[in-house]
Unconditional design. Structure first.
Length: 237
């Protein structure tokens, strides 16, 4: 079994083969994908945004969520419990995969109240999406916390040099909804480390994969800060 509570450097397609069958409680991952801009928008930061996406491996013919990777997800899950962030263009293929394999699904919109102005005479790019694929999965939490949508101002967090950082609060809520304490969570596109930090906060174990060393360093720095924060808090009790 691959080492837990560590971010491993490498291609997730290869690293995931090291994970034992039926060993992961939850897969929660945010693969690189383009934001929808319809090709006609304008924003002074547009070039900067796309350069950042290129740096994490996004290009015009990207397809990170392949049937091969999804089949690996099914192999390693104890119970089928997979949450994938995606854009509109990826939804159809993921749902076809789910139907062919008898998986249930929920489509979760992530709505932004202050989207970037990347659209002209088109619907604003004010939504990203998540798909929960599952079999016999109980969604935990209160009535309010089980709502099937998220609303936030904007997902970009300027303190992290990464083009697509999900707010820790959203990841924290998904972990509470879809996992228990001491569960093992896989994020195979770890990025800036949000999933790892939220797992530490909520007493979950994690396995992370990331191909970019700069982001691994960033994630480990965040993790060390979280560990120091927990230690300092315990000394005050």
């Amino acid at each position: 079994m691959i080492e837990i509570n560590k971010i491993h450097k490498g291609d997730c397609i290869e690293l995931i083969k090291q994970i034992d069958d039926n060993s992961i409680d939850l897969i929660l991952t945010d693969p690189p994908y383009f934001f929808e801009t319809h090709g006609r928008g304008f924003c002074k930061d547009r070039e900067k945004l796309f350069t950042g996406l290129k740096n994490i491996g996004v290009n015009d013919d990207f397809n990170y969520i392949t049937s091969g990777l999804l089949n690996q997800f099914l192999r390693i899950c104890k119970e089928k419990n997979i949450f994938i962030f995606c854009n509109k263009a990826q939804i159809y293929d993921i749902l076809v995969f789910a139907k062919e394999r008898g998986l249930n699904f929920e489509l979760i919109p992530f709505c932004k109240t202050a989207p970037m102005p990347l659209s002209n005479n088109q619907w604003l790019p004010d939504r990203e999406w998540g798909i929960h694929l599952f079999v016999n999965c109980s969604v935990k939490g209160s009535y309010r916390h089980k709502r099937g949508w998220f609303i936030d101002g904007n997902y970009q967090q300027d303190e992290f040099n990464h083009p697509s950082v999900k707010p820790t609060g959203i990841i924290r809520r998904l972990l509470k909804n879809l996992s228990n304490k001491n569960d093992l969570v896989l994020d195979c596109f770890m990025g800036s480390g949000t999933t790892a930090v939220a797992c530490k906060e909520l007493d979950r174990n994690f396995i992370g994969f990331e191909i970019n060393q700069e982001y691994i360093d960033m994630a480990n720095k965040r993790l060390n800060q979280e560990i120091l924060s927990v230690f300092d808090s315990s000394q005050l009790k």
